[in-house]
Design a protein around this ligand. Structure first.
Ligand code: ZN
Length: 462
């Protein structure tokens, strides 16, 4: 039996002292008990740590975009009102995606995943849309690129929910794809073929769902067609209402806003994750919260792309569920996402301590626990809690760091999320296996060397 003894551990009911966590050979927790005696004597000696908490779920990732990080921060040729925007960034991203190979996709994802692990994420949801070869042909193996991302997750040791993307159109009303979108092209049959090919890879660390890219790129009829075949417990993710221009195009075409349109036409429930959902009217906030779907919030990317601010306070008041993702991977830190999520609201409302509830007034605790629950739901995997039946995904904080000196237990997550820029994540375990020790990923050097080589090759194409 594998054991960890935490003097302080974050359980679903809050911080508890003297918690003994045990997991089986498959990496699933069989016991998480507070007030336990320190194992001694005849018993196998457990590892003893000061602060243990469940690893975070990164519910929205386009892993290949990690290689673009920091390289789109230069103003283009602004003419009149045509300033840089989400749409000009998207053109740069399309150009980057033109030449990337399956080998590059795997190398970049492995680098990203090792970084995410070092910053406290133990699960990814990969919204995977580069599925065809550069000339637009299907690869001989229909799930070639998805398999590469899953291989990278296994190499790095992170859990993954692979979401092959349905991507058929360039805009509302089924307008034809542009040439630069040919590598993304899939119809419902293509996507179902990819999902079927991935079936043998499903295991305790790997789940497979689906992602209609957006209401721009997939029609309601197509979405319903895929849902008819997909098993009912698999997660479904979609980008929605990220940009005002997208909302306007939806109104022009359908007379309804994207979230209204989706909720009217499709059975949106707990298996769904609505990514961004930035631009909502009050009734959409309530309907989305009532649906049980998770709001997939990506604050650093939404800031980087100039999307806007999600109406978090209203959504929480309506009982809405949320999780965090790093999307374009301008950041790989769960702390930074949660900090931005709260700070955006403070700046907007000119108040403090917004992400709280009557029962949980500590912002750090509310954010971490809330994002664990929403992230777990969106991942479709048994993660997000130190509890029997869940995966043994644990992060251990650096109790020797000054930011954790002299704190009461209910101040630990406040300091972790809001104080300073040092990484307080010291050790990380996924499925009962240590993959980060003393802030180093176990395969960091080999993964980084391959990433460096990949960037050198991709630079040739610029
Ligand atoms: Zn996205």
């Amino acid at each position: 039996m594998n054991r960890l003894f935490a003097r302080n551990a974050l359980l679903p009911e809050g911080w508890r002292k003297d918690v003994l966590i045990e997991w089986d050979a498959n990496g699933t927790i069989v016991r998480a008990e507070a007030g336990a005696a320190l194992p001694s004597g005849e018993q196998v000696v457990a590892q003893i740590v000061e602060y243990a908490l469940p690893g975070m779920i990164n519910l929205h990732s386009h892993s290949f975009q990690r290689a673009l990080g920091g390289r789109t921060e230069k103003a283009g040729d602004a003419v009149g009102n045509l300033k840089d925007s989400f749409w000009t960034w998207r053109d740069l991203m399309y150009r980057f995606a033109r030449n990337i190979t399956p080998e590059h996709i795997e190398a970049i994802a492995a680098q990203l995943f090792s970084e995410c692990l070092r910053h406290g994420y133990t699960s990814m949801c990969e919204f995977h849309y580069v599925q065809r070869a550069p000339d637009g042909a299907m690869y001989p193996r229909p799930a070639e690129t998805a398999e590469r991302v899953i291989a990278a997750a296994r190499l790095a040791g992170i859990g993954i929910t692979m979401l092959p993307v349905l991507y058929s159109y360039s805009g509302f009303g089924e307008s034809a794809l542009k040439p630069e979108q040919k590598r993304f092209k899939t119809d419902p049959q293509d996507v179902l073929r990819v999902i079927e090919a991935l079936e043998p890879l499903r295991d305790a660390q790997t789940e497979v769902g689906v992602a209609p890219h957006s209401l721009r790129a997939a029609s309601v009829a197509q979405i319903n067609e895929v849902l008819l075949t997909l098993p009912g417990d698999r997660p479904v993710h979609i980008h929605i209402a990220e940009q005002k221009q997208e909302v306007q195009q939806s109104l022009d075409w359908s007379g309804r806003r994207p979230v209204q349109w989706l909720l009217d036409q499709v059975d949106v429930n707990e298996r769904w994750c609505l990514v961004h959902a930035t631009h909502l009217m009050r009734d959409e906030v309530d309907l989305m919260a009532q649906s049980g779907a998770v709001a997939g919030l990506c604050p650093t990317t939404e800031a980087n792309l100039g999307d806007g601010l999600f109406p978090l306070e209203d959504f929480l008041a309506a009982g809405g569920r949320f999780g965090i993702g790093s999307d374009s991977h301008i950041s790989q830190s769960a702390v930074e996402e949660l900090r931005w999520l709260e700070y955006g609201q403070r700046l907007q409302h000119q108040r403090r301590n917004i992400a709280v509830s009557a029962e949980q007034r500590n912002v750090g605790d509310f954010l971490w626990q809330g994002a664990l629950q929403g992230g777990a739901q969106a991942s479709g995997r048994p993660v997000g809690a130190l509890a029997p039946g869940r995966r043994a995904d644990v992060i251990v904080l650096d109790d020797q760091h000054p930011n954790l000196y002299g704190l009461a237990l209910d101040e630990v997550l406040g300091s972790f999320v809001f104080c300073g820029n040092d990484n307080l994540v010291k050790d990380v375990m996924v499925g009962g296996r240590w993959v980060v020790r003393n802030q180093q990923h176990v395969a960091q050097q080999a993964i980084a060397a391959r990433f460096k080589q990949t960037l050198a090759e991709l630079r040739e194409f610029r």
